[in-house]
Design a protein around this ligand. Structure first.
Ligand code: LRH
Ligand code: MN
Length: 431
């Protein structure tokens, strides 16, 4: 049996930390009670929160300049699932996985599903990949995929997505995300209107192959790999396409896919209001699509995004949408597990803080155009240290009070380095 983060090791790690947590939790509870806020309701909300882990972020990430490997990296889907199980054991809010095809194409979908369930996890969504050429592929995606000028290339890309949908159905996935890098590097290279027509023609074929309840998420991105024009470059284009496709097509907002300083929280509010917010890829960025850890650069923006989601959940317009929360990051200089642990915690933090906003007071200040007090109503929630609530929620769910310390003290990475050293990718258990 491979090494894993056991409940017993976590309980042992929590024991000496519990008294201090209970004290801090009690103090915070008293302070919140003075604001007529029930700390237990917030802790339940933190325990119910869920975010999907990206299978492709368990390996050390890189850039076009270099990728520096990390000791004990997963080399197979089994090992990626083991690492996801370790993360969920520590934080208890990440029991769903998002997989990428063909990177994660299993030899046996049934075995993968069984192994995933044995790890206490489930595969919630699939992602297609027509931004790279894969072994045995007939046509190249160098000049595009779903919008390529050659119908045969478009058909190949459609077939790949249809294959992902069929695999997703076998695995119990509830959504499929389509992000394409199609676009041009120079003015004149791509006819803007015809390219969008080709996208819609291809997307209609994918939409018509959607199995069961599966939802289709369209992910926009301003630029990269195309550096002059990108066919699905912004939320407006994504929304128009989702609208044109049908009720089960939605827009997916990747936080890093916008120009610097774009008001992403307003885009989230718009897509909620238009009934087309399907999901979010959480990460953070300073300049471009940097895929840094969520909440690491712009924690206030992360809070403002959850403020829109929680505000809309209060008036029922989000419940119907049930947007999928996913992390989509790349870890070049940190341990991928530690980064995904911390990022999931930062999402729960922003979510709980958004529940602390006094929405009646905020609405009053907005009606009275009292800009300063409206901002204060948000800042009061954002500056409240809810760490005791987050730790208590994890602890009550069997997770770690201090997840990164537990991860390091338990020695998971060292154990995996040992386990994964001896075996080559060929001998490591694949699925
Ligand atoms: C594109 C993207 C997309 C994934 C890829 C790994 O930048 O955000 O969501 O397919 O990263
Ligand atoms: Mn993404």
């Amino acid at each position: 049996m491979n090494f894993r983060v056991s409940d017993e090791r976590i309980a042992e790690h929590n024991r000496p930390r519990l008294p201090a947590l209970e004290e801090d939790y009690g103090h915070l509870g008293d302070r919140l009670a003075r604001r007529r806020v029930d700390i237990e309701a917030l802790t339940r909300a933190a325990m119910d929160f869920r975010v999907e882990l990206p299978s492709w972020a368990l390996n050390a990430g890189g850039t076009r300049f270099a990728r520096f490997t990390a000791p004990g990296e997963p080399r197979t889907l089994v090992e990626k699932m083991e690492d996801c199980a370790a993360i969920h054991a520590l934080v208890r809010v990440t029991d769903a996985i998002s997989i990428h095809i063909p990177w994660d194409r299993p030899d046996s979908p049934a075995e993968l599903k069984a192994f995933t369930q044995a790890c206490g996890l489930r595969i919630n969504s699939t992602n297609s990949n027509t931004f790279q050429d894969h072994a045995g592929q007939v046509h190249s995606y160098k000049f595009g995929s779903l919008t390529h000028t050659d119908a045969a290339v478009r058909q190949q890309a459609v077939d790949h997505n249809v294959e992902c949908l069929a695999l997703g159905a076998e695995l119990g996935a509830r959504a499929h995300t389509v992000w394409i890098g199609d676009g041009g590097n120079y003015p004149g290279q791509v006819h803007a209107r015809r390219a969008l027509d080709r996208y819609l023609e291809s997307a209609r074929h994918i939409y018509s192959a959607l199995p069961g309840e599966c939802r289709l998420f369209l992910e926009h991105k301003l630029y990269e790999p195309a550096f002059y024009s990108t066919v699905i470059s912004d939320w407006g284009t994504s929304y128009v396409c989702a609208q044109a496709l049908g009720d089960r097509a939605f827009s997916l907002v990747d936080l890093g896919h916008h120009a610097p300083n774009v008001n992403v929280e307003q885009i989230v509010a718009r897509l909620i209001q238009l009934g087309k917010l399907g999901g979010l890829h959480f990460n953070d960025s300073k300049y471009g699509d940097d895929d840094l850890d969520a909440g690491s650069i712009k924690p206030f923006q992360l809070f403002l995004i959850f403020n829109e989601l929680v505000d809309a959940s209060k008036d029922g317009s989000v419940r119907a949408l049930d947007p999928a929360y996913m992390l989509d990051q790349s870890h070049a200089v940190t341990d991928p597990i530690e980064s995904l642990v911390m990022s999931s915690i930062e999402l729960v933090r922003a979510y709980v803080q958004a529940h602390l906003v006094d929405r009646d007071a905020l609405a009053r200040h907005q009606e009275n155009n009292d800009a300063l007090m409206a901002l204060q109503a948000l800042k009061e929630a954002f500056t409240c240290d809810v760490s005791p609530i987050l730790a208590m929620a994890r602890s009550r769910a069997g997770g770690a009070i201090e997840p990164v310390a537990a991860f390091r003290d338990i020695g998971y990475r060292e154990a995996k380095t040992g386990e994964r050293r001896g075996q080559t990718r060929q001998t490591a258990r694949a699925l």
